[in-house]
Design a protein around this ligand. Structure first.
Ligand SMILES: Nc1nc2c(ncn2[C@@H]2O[C@H](COP(=O)(O)OP(=O)(O)OP(=O)(O)O)[C@@H](O)[C@H]2O)c(=O)[nH]1
Ligand SMILES: [Mg+2]
Length: 423
């Protein structure tokens, strides 16, 4: 088949170092942006960090830097400038005007990657929704997102009327998309309920993008999820069964990778993809222990887990890519950090440490499953579903007012049931 791929776009990357930021963190974030740009198919021709007290309200970067970049853009034949921070619509427009090339920010870049990678219907709908929501407030005045890319004569953008039509169309599409997503979600909810009939514990693999979650899922379950050295290889959740050494079966769910500075509305858009995490009984946090910024990646993941309100769930930390640890632990991670977290070292690639992983998972599940007797009065018998969905009934004794149930279920659910019985 002929290769019809377009020539790679040439990209210049810029970041601002504002007061209070650490140089090496700005640098690392810029490197990550470079990885994202390459994932999106761009060739990075230059990277800049500018120190400033605050972003220039009109052009984000300072005057001098803008002039310098205009020269660089000409000399390198760059097509696009990517900023490692969310740009105001006006800043974006002004920069484009002054540089004469396309300007986007980290959010748009991530959205672009998501757009290329989403496989399922739900994933695609979510990406489109996030893109439109991002675009809507940016549709203002001269030179809009929809029209300004023409170049040359006639690039002055549509008049207000056309703009209003565009806005209305986009709002309509947004509301249609929301309905469609709701539809798909209901369907997934049914699937999930189906899974709960078989009361298997759900274990969610979470972690920074590229940590090796999909590779781990594949080797543990024999699945064939695309795993590659690109950021955001996985956008759609995959769930597979896995048998633990003691015979227990669990469901293992792969999830979308997290990343630093992932804008809030993006996290919201992908909430559905993260439902597996919210629903999970146990969370496995996969860490790329060979990454120089392993500790700050762990913190970024922690922050997302907190925002999903699942930070308190039973947790296992898996330090992956142990095969690449030739020179000791990454610089920002102390041995103590590793020792403190309940964790296990593995190499998903070479298949080492997997037995310990399975064993620790068994222990964790046992520890967090308890047998307990509840008295459920008939007027609260709707609460029985909590047991049926999240555990099993071992014995039941009826009397005129209710039923005494001996149940085996996860601690989390047992606590929830108890508080509902009291309240
Ligand atoms: N050396 C080494 N490489 C690994 C290991 N596990 C995964 N990788 C590589 O790391 C890269 C990313 O792996 P994935 O499994 O796609 O990572 P992921 O966490 O699913 O990434 P996203 O879906 O993008 O969030 C791939 O090139 C893997 O081959 C490991 O134990 N050792
Ligand atoms: Mg993956």
């Amino acid at each position: 088949m002929p290769d019809i791929k377009q020539e790679e776009e040439k990209a210049i990357l810029v970041a601002l170092e504002l007061p209070g930021m650490k140089s090496d963190e700005v640098e690392e974030s810029l490197n990550e942006l470079s990885g994202l740009a390459q994932t999106a198919g761009a060739e990075v021709v230059d990277m800049y960090v500018q120190r400033r007290n605050r972003p220039d309200p009109a052009t984000f970067l300072g005057r001098g830097k803008v002039a310098e970049l205009a020269g660089v853009a000409g000399a390198t034949g760059a097509d696009i400038l990517i900023c490692d921070r969310e740009l105001q619509p006006a800043q974006q427009r002004n920069l484009e005007q002054e540089l004469g090339i396309r300007v986007i920010d980290r959010t748009q870049l991530i959205l672009d990657i998501f757009a290329c990678r989403a496989q399922t219907k739900e994933g695609k709908l979510q990406v489109e929704l996030a893109q439109l929501q991002y675009m809507l407030p940016r549709l203002t005045g001269l030179g809009t997102q929809l029209s300004r890319l023409g170049g040359g004569i006639g690039t002055r953008g549509p008049g207000e009327t056309k703009l209003e039509v565009d806005r209305r169309r986009i709002r309509k599409r947004i509301s249609d998309l929301k309905k469609e997503i709701e539809e798909v979600r209901r369907h997934r909810e049914l699937l999930r309920r189906g899974r709960k009939q078989v009361p298997l514990p759900m274990v969610a693999l979470v972690g920074y993008t590229n940590a090796g979650k999909s590779t781990l899922l594949n080797i543990l379950t024999g699945a064939e999820v695309l795993a590659e050295d690109k950021l955001f290889a996985t956008l759609d959740p995959t769930v597979r069964g896995m048998r633990l050494p003691d015979g227990d079966r669990v469901l293992l769910a792969d999830t979308v990778g997290f990343i630093q500075n992932l804008p809030h509305h993006l996290v919201a858009a992908f909430r559905a993809t993260l439902e597996e995490v919210v629903e999970a009984d146990v969370i496995i946090h996969v860490v790329d222990i060979s990454h120089p910024r392993a500790a700050s990646q762990m913190q970024a993941v922690e922050a997302v887990l907190e925002s999903l309100e699942v930070a308190g769930k039973p947790r296992l930390t898996v330090y992956n890519k142990a095969d690449r640890l030739t020179g000791g632990l990454p610089e920002d991670l102390s041995g103590q950090d590793v020792a403190d977290a309940e964790g296990v070292m593995v190499s998903a690639l070479q298949g080492t440490g997997l037995n310990q992983l399975a064993q620790q998972l068994s222990v964790l599940l046992r520890k967090n499953r308890i047998k307990k007797t509840f008295y459920i009065p008939y007027h609260k018998s709707n609460l029985m579903h909590l047991i049926h969905e999240n555990g099993k009934v071992l014995q039941a004794k009826h009397d005129p007012d209710g039923v005494e149930v001996l149940a085996e279920m996860g601690v989390v659910w047992a606590q929830r049931l108890e508080s509902k019985l009291k309240g």
